[in-house]
Design a protein around this ligand. Structure first.
Ligand code: ZN
Length: 359
């Protein structure tokens, strides 16, 4: 049976307090060795269970096995020196101490493939796996070798494609590339950003997604958002090119953000993973608030192409609030599903192919 409006999260979920310091990004692990391996798997199963109990349709690992959505992937590559750190400005917004590219980058072994296999064993529901996108990766590093953002992005695209193909073989239904940098470096997005993203997704038969957001609910991001004015039109820059791309799903944020909803029109025909949960606020949305955001989006996207989701990852939130938000998301989607069935809303192409894994 096909699910209309399949729900999912953008990515990370809070980690248990016995595994890592809660409500903190880049939080150090509290376990080591075999205990850490076991602890990560236990945390993954708990994150999966939270999603299942809330009624989320497309589930993920909640990024329980990684400290950070970009650096954990990079840690597994050769050519990057984590001892030699430099301070760079990330996404033109905040300074961070990052590792240095000192030689040719290579993926010497799979990064998340065992974790994905473990998740696959735990559930028959469709699973989504997030990887960083090439442009966001180069923006979280100091490059002392290629000395060209574009060259390094192509190298990362090649490496990401190796990983993505193995994740697909492990049974992942949707592979998502996180590209918050697409909301910042507009010229590069159009020159080579979308092209390197397509290279990362090259040859995949599973569904592919790109997640573009305004970031986690951390202070550097909320301060930045205050400077963006009353209308956030950043998506306008990348969407036309993404519409022409081979990427199946575009994940964007809409809840409590100042993104004009009609920008979704620019990706007409694509599947839209719509952020209907604000991750920068501790206030848990009501199901009706979620439903209202979804109804507004349905003016610009056919119901068969709408995937309700969260604005971004929820790692920095408390476990209680994140769980409440998951439930609100599922309940809000259910309200709109019923309205579609009752004919209270225009159906659009509900009959169009949804996520093949949900068919
Ligand atoms: Zn995000």
């Amino acid at each position: 049976m096909k699910i209309v409006l399949p729900t999912s999260t953008a990515g990370s979920l809070p980690k248990p307090s016995w595994l890592a310091q809660p409500e903190t990004l880049w939080s150090p692990w509290k376990l080591a060795g075999e205990e850490l391996t076991q602890g990560k798997q236990d945390a993954l199963r708990l994150a999966l269970d939270d999603q299942r109990q809330a009624g989320i349709d497309i589930v993920s690992d909640g990024e329980q096995t990684r400290q950070h959505f970009v650096t954990t992937f990079i840690e597994h590559l050769s050519g990057v020196d984590f001892e030699s750190r430099r301070t760079v400005r990330i996404r033109d917004r905040y300074d961070a101490s990052v590792p240095t590219v000192v030689g040719a980058v290579e993926r010497t072994k799979p990064v998340f493939v065992d974790d994905a296999k473990f998740l696959r064993q735990q559930t028959k529901q469709p699973i989504k796996w997030a990887l960083p996108g090439p442009m966001t990766m180069i923006d979280t590093l100091y490059d002392d070798h290629y000395k060209s953002r574009e060259k390094l992005a192509w190298e990362f695209a090649r490496i990401l494609n190796q990983e993505a193909r193995e994740l697909e073989a492990a049974g992942v239904d949707i592979i998502q590339f996180d590209e918050p940098a697409f909301n910042v470096f507009f010229d590069e997005v159009n020159d080579w950003g979308v092209a390197t993203l397509e290279k990362a997704a090259d040859g995949l038969k599973c569904e592919t997604a790109v997640h573009i957001c305004y970031g986690y609910g951390i202070k550097a991001n909320t301060d930045w958002k205050k400077t963006l004015g009353s209308e956030w039109r950043h998506y306008e820059e990348a969407f036309p090119k993404l519409r022409e791309s081979g990427i199946d799903i575009i994940s964007l944020e809409c809840q409590n953000s100042r993104v004009p909803m009609d920008l979704i029109e620019l990706i007409r025909g694509k599947k839209v993973m719509l952020g209907a949960i604000d991750v920068a606020s501790d206030t848990i949305e009501t199901p009706e608030q979620v439903a209202d955001t979804l109804r507004k989006a349905l003016q610009f996207v056919d119901a068969g192409n709408l995937y309700p989701s969260t604005n971004c990852g929820m790692a920095p939130l408390s476990a209680r609030i994140a769980k409440g938000k998951l439930k609100a998301l599922a309940a809000g989607a259910e309200i709109v599903r019923r309205e579609l069935t009752d004919g209270k809303l225009p159906q659009g192409s509900v009959g169009a192919p949804a996520c093949p894994a949900l068919a």
